[in-house]
Write a protein that binds this ligand. Sequence first.
Ligand code: SER
Length: 247
Amino acid sequence: GPMGKELKIGVPLRVSYKEFVSQIRGTENMFKGFCIDVFTAAVNLLPYAVPVKFIPYGNGKENPSYTHMVEMITTGNFDGVVGDVAIVTNRTKIVDFTQPYAASGLVVVAPGGTPIKGIESLRERDDPIGYQVGSFAESYLRNELNISESRLVPLGTPEAYAKALKDGPSKGGVAAIVDERPYVELFLSSNCAYRIVGQEFTKSGWGFAFPRDSPLAIDLSTAILELAENGDLQRIHDKWLMKNACT
Ligand code: SER
């Protein structure tokens, strides 16, 4: 309520794909980006005030581990986490998420002309596979798909994605990258030599995370649905994420 004290909200200190969320230069606790606009719009629909303090999570050199960031809620360091956080089972076992405000399944990205047809044919080969530093994709590839750790190559930025794909396995690069669709769409919008192969092979979404049984997770879910229904979610998406240099 209005007399409540400031919530400590963890926010990923991203170093790449900053359109989603990034710290405002010269500040410690101010953030901008797609996820922040969605959160602010949702909070503004609540019938009560929610005073929040954003707290950066990460070392500023590489994208932080999102799973560790979510764990900071259960240790009491954060009252919530706002950002491009995938709603995945490991995390839903320990926190409550809002309804998803964005769709995000895993996809395979590879150079045009690749023999790779999708996740199954990628898995069967021995080629190196890139994944985004900090993402749940790493543990998904290892634990759910049983892909050997020795094949997995951490990549931090869209520039690193492009170089690894261009170099390919013969020059120390990767045959393909597995990442969530929103990052991949942004990557492909300015890297026209690569494409998504096969189907999106997981279905997930991004949400905001709160402690178990937090009323905020429920009330913000209603607000997110309202934003989806009235078109604001799409408008916020288009403001930050619409660009295509390949057409
Ligand atoms: N969206 C990813 C995650 O939640 C971070 O890249 O793990």
